[in-house]
Write a protein that binds this ligand. Structure first.
Ligand code: ATP
Length: 245
């Protein structure tokens, strides 16, 4: 198993409802998983616990058989390099050019200052160009990010994630800000990367249609609990009602 969650719970504030409630989940290397649920159901909390952007209140997380629930410092940094993330609002530096934004992937989770003052080596630049080639943006390396369309910006986000050479890619509603056609194109790109590079995908998605079309496994969350875990063909109307109840 690549990732194992055992009774994972998250309560942000004492007395409040649990955002995640005793979640158990096994993820194999190379899976393409979509996570569905209402706004506030706990989708973001789930993926942010996986990459330890937030600390779970209870339970355990194992990655490649190693417990990572309480990693700190350098160990946590090394773990996070293996788990890349893409976001609904892309989280790029709009004023900077495409290639610099991609090179930020070198830092895993980056700070703008570090990038501005960093001199990159030629092999790092070649890697960034290769990532841009993969996402179809090789002719945009010197363009300021803010001049790109939403779909192109998310491609930059994906290229940046690839530069981390991750084993798993997490997406927090990565196509929710895009029009339906562009959303499909970005999903197709993620699907290709999953197929060709074997990177495990866990994507929070906002439509059942996208989840059905691009993932092999769908996880439905309602009020912090997993209420569906199966293949798209086993997702019936009654399951969808349960997820969006
Ligand atoms: N930093 C926080 N502090 C307190 N409560 C939080 C925090 N982040 C999330 N929550 C709460 O935890 C619950 C789950 O939120 P989460 O963001 O994980 O849901 P989601 O399914 O990703 O929703 P959305 O699609 O709207 O982002 C919600 O009730 C939310 O209000």
């Amino acid at each position: 198993m690549q990732l194992k969650l055992e009774n994972l719970s998250k309560q942000y504030n004492k007395g409040e409802a649990y955002a995640l409630d005793k979640v158990n989940l096994d993820i194999k290397e190379g899976e393409f998983i979509s996570v569905l649920g209402l706004s506030g159901s706990g989708k973001s909390t789930l993926i942010r616990c996986i990459n330890r952007l937030i600390d779970p209140t209870d339970g355990n997380i194992y990655f490649e058989e190693k417990e990572i629930t309480k990693l700190k410092g350098e160990d946590l940094r090394l773990y996070r390099r293996k788990i890349a993330m893409i976001f609904q609002q892309y989280n790029l530096i709009p004023r900077m050019d495409v290639i610099t934004n991609v090179l930020a992937g070198r830092f895993g989770y980056f700070s703008a200052n570090k990038i501005i003052f960093k001199k990159f080596k030629s092999n790092e630049i070649m890697e960034a160009e290769a990532a841009l080639e993969k996402v179809g943006l090789i002719n945009f390396t010197n363009r300021q990010v803010k001049t790109l369309s939403g779909g192109q910006q998310q491609r930059v986000g994906i290229a940046r994630a690839l530069l981390q050479q991750p084993k798993m890619l997490l997406g927090d509603e990565p196509v929710s800000s895009l029009d339906p056609v562009t959303a499909e194109e970005v999903m197709k790109l993620l699907w290709d990367i999953n197929k060709n590079q074997g990177i495990t995908m866990v994507m929070n998605l906002h439509t059942v249609e996208l989840a059905r079309a691009y993932s092999k496994r769908i996880i439905g969350i309602n009020k912090g609990k997993i209420v569906f875990d199966g293949s798209p063909k086993d997702l019936y109307e009654i399951d969808i009602k349960e997820i969006y109840r």
